[in-house]
Write a protein that binds this ligand. Structure first.
Ligand code: HPA
Length: 234
């Protein structure tokens, strides 16, 4: 057991899908995995391992924001031998041509957080996804007929900004969308010599004011999880 994860060694698969919400992890396990067993209940951050089309995979919540995700990712990668982490989550689009329900596959994630500035003595580290996973996810999404966008995103340290227009600077530099976890995920995958990817769905658009309906939110999640499960290494 690690400090924040109550699993025994071997209970967690080499690939872990990470939605922000632990109840989404439960939903994915119950609806998409076979023989899913819960391996973590510490702090309600539910984690499950099961199989998908014969592949053993785990799914566990990351919590919201990078400090929470980093606690779990450090323990999964550093103590449980996990070799692939795939975030599945929502994002707010920053470009008018992105529609609610579109898939966003980040290449890289800029951030307004300071963790890499601290780590690299003020210099910039450019966190990137695993190219092979990205290629596969793009192929799967395209085959499914999804509208899919590949490019940079912003992982923000705050949801409620004092300046409601802060996102516009990032939008000007063609950043596609904002969320709150991926930059830390890609950084830790690099640190541990492992692989990471994010499969995001647009839940709202800051440029147009569009917002997902509750039905779209419900459909969006299995959809992302299915792309992630298809590309999960066996
Ligand atoms: N901001 C930050 N994270 C998000 C958003 C947003 O507008 N939408 C979905 N995740």
């Amino acid at each position: 057991m690690s400090i924040h994860i109550g699993a025994q060694p071997g209970q967690i698969a080499p690939t872990v899908l990470m939605p922000g919400d632990p109840l989404r992890a439960k939903f994915i396990a119950e609806t998409l995995l076979e023989d899913a067993e819960c391996f973590n209940e510490v702090r309600g951050m539910l984690g499950f391992t099961g199989t998908w089309q014969g592949k053993r995979v785990s799914v566990m919540g990351s919590g919201m924001g990078m400090p929470s995700l980093m606690i779990y990712a450090n323990e999964l990668l550093g103590e449980y031998g996990v070799s692939t982490l795939i975030r599945v989550g929502t994002c707010g689009a920053l470009q008018e041509d992105l529609e609610v329900g579109d898939v966003v596959l980040p290449l890289t994630a800029s951030t307004n957080a300071q963790f890499n500035k601290l780590r690299f003595a003020g210099m910039d580290f450019a966190p990137a996804v695993d190219f092979e996973l990205l290629q596969q996810a793009h192929a799967v999404a395209t085959r499914r007929g999804d509208r899919v966008h590949v490019g940079g995103i912003l992982s923000s340290d705050s949801f409620y900004e004092d300046d409601p227009e802060a996102w516009k600077l990032w939008a000007k530099f063609r950043v596609l969308a904002i969320e709150m976890e991926s930059s830390a995920l890609f950084t830790l995958a690099a640190k541990y010599g492992t692989r990471a990817l994010s499969v995001l769905t647009v839940s709202d658009n800051l440029a147009t004011g569009a917002l997902a309906t509750s039905e779209q939110r419900e459909r969006g999640f299995p959809h992302m999880a299915e792309i992630a499960l298809e590309v999960a290494p066996a």
